[in-house]
Design a protein around this ligand. Sequence first.
Ligand code: ADP
Ligand code: MG
Length: 708
Amino acid sequence: MPKKQKATVAKTPVFGANVFHEDVMREYLSPKIFKQVQQAIAGQRELDPKTAQVLADAMKTWAIGKGATHFTHWFQPMTGFTAEKHDSFFHPTEPGKAIMKFSYKELIKGESDASSFPSGGLRATFEARGYTVWDMTSPVFLKEDSAGTTLCIPTAFCSYNGEALDKKTPLLRSMEAVSKAGVRLLHAIGQTKVKKVIPTVGPEQEYFLIRREDYEKRPDIVFTGRTLFGARPPKGQEMEDHYFATIREPIGAFMKELDEELWKVGVSARTRHNEVAPSQHELAPMFAPANIACDHNQIIMETMKRVAARHGFVCLLHEKPFAHVNGSGKHNNWSLGTDTGLNLFEPGSNPAENDIFLIFLSAVIQAVHKHAALLRVSAATPGNDHRLGANEAPPAIISVYLGAELSAVLNSIAGENLIDSGLPKEHKMLDMGATALATVPLDSSDRNRTSPFAFTGNKFEFRMVPSTASIAAANFTLNTIVAEALDAFAERLEKAASKKEEIRAMVRETVKNHGAIIFNGNNYSAEWVAEAARRGLPNLSNTVDAADAIIAPETIAMYEKFGVLSKTELTSRHEIVLENYIKTIRIEGYTLADLAYRQIAPAALSQKSLLADAIGRLKGLGADSQPEEQRLTKISHLLRELDRKLNLLTDNLAKAETIEPHKEKAVFFRDQVLSATNDLRKTIDALEENIEADLWPFPTIAEILYHI
Ligand code: ADP
Ligand code: MG
């Protein structure tokens, strides 16, 4: 039975109230078992069945005490969403009676058929069976919703043969890889006390809130998450009056409840504000170890949707729900810390002499340059294709922003002005000198909001990540590519006679061989696109083109070397990316074709007959009917255009299905289906502007965006 409530819990009545965290464990477990469990969580020992059962019983007692009736293995399949299947604690004993049971086996491992999740062919070749395995490092929590209270156990999801079928497994593996490589490097530098390197992540989540009644009248949003048509609203975001604006009452009520729900499950929701587009908002949590940040981001997205429903809203996470205003992204703040409390990207007061900082920074520069295409595909979704390069988000070209001071530091170590610091011409880099730079506080370095991968003080902000997607791929990619670079540096340093000299040499080589990835200027400019091409940087404007980086030989070699993903797993992920692309564009095509045929054309036909009636009446009266006739001509013309474009779209949709294999099919969907959908949209938007409001069967973008 639980002992007396501990002061630490009482002090924070809301935060973490629904989390089975350390303090709760201490309360529910004997000191001996508590210690064993903590050691198991830290990866220092196995959890034996007896201890595991005591732990499972404690969880059950705690959960039932808080009203739980069910438990679930909560996992993150390749859909990018979370999945759950609830089992109740009830075990019938005799007719009409049951006991509440929760065995350690149920805690640790779940055997779910779950065969309908995307597997990219993995499960056709192996058993259809899938397993969920408890991720002990991510705390168990209680989810409260209309289904009651459910004990959620964060798990990884894998096939019978142990292949990862989820986003979580490679993330966990990559955390170990980067930790091992980081520790090896730190030990080689002489930091022998460090036992662990931890990637930390703070993802900022953007979203839109729209009224439920508008949502229900827009099948395009219901089926695809975005508006597939809609004329330009008279007012977009040009006044910039929504960014950081006062939070209106109904939105405030939503945000308050959202924060409280998140705090209860231990998500440290910290910052909330209005974003630049009308009806767009953002929430940022405090950073956490990558796997927990990933779980929390999933919880954030889920909770946003649930709480929105309670307030009569629908939360849109799509990267581009509305043309004509900004879409949403996720700024993935990423850093590396140690178990001894170091932030490895902390430049300190004298970065030019800070070996740890310089070598970790160099590793990132190398990694991002070498694997730019892979990093790009880690942020690729069909929705994000609308955003990247549209002057509202970073372009599809990966580059690293360092800022003037750091660029100068690297130039001075390289002994040449290899990096354009972005400073005015009259500033000679080398004249600034490393010693003088020591006095420049790095925090004051300018922000560059156009950069896809910006150094921001003591972390990197990867700004390409799609708002809908799990952050797992972005982070397991980052962790692994950096692990590779750190490991190579460690190998050299271990053999070096003078560590100091070798570090300088490695930094110098990085600047020389990989400095091309550094760009401090305006990423939105046309000149940068040309300049990036000259530098040989990949510009992968869409998911289909980016996808191949997943199966590039150097990708496979790296992921296999660091035990993060096997060739089979990568091939399956490549398949899933293309499959998801095809399905998304197909749904969009069919949705717009259906709306055009069954709702938009009929509205135009009604308008036509209204005008024809009016013309007849006016003519009968001998009155002027010219304006009506002009309108009628315009609508007739647009209707003919609509029919033509609609036929092309449906033809292309049918043709697309005949194409194999996947890559060619995806290319056809991109070049023939998506383009036909976009083209049809133009005519629909023109019709919207020519049909009277009462006849138009949908809320317009203006009405949706300015709902309050
Ligand atoms: P900004 O620098 O973008 O103005 P903040 O300093 O508030 O904003 O940080 C934005 C996000 O970056 C937050 O989620 C924050 O927790 C996260 N962050 C801060 N430090 C780190 C770190 N060391 N590792 C990962 N994320 C971090
Ligand atoms: Mg923001």
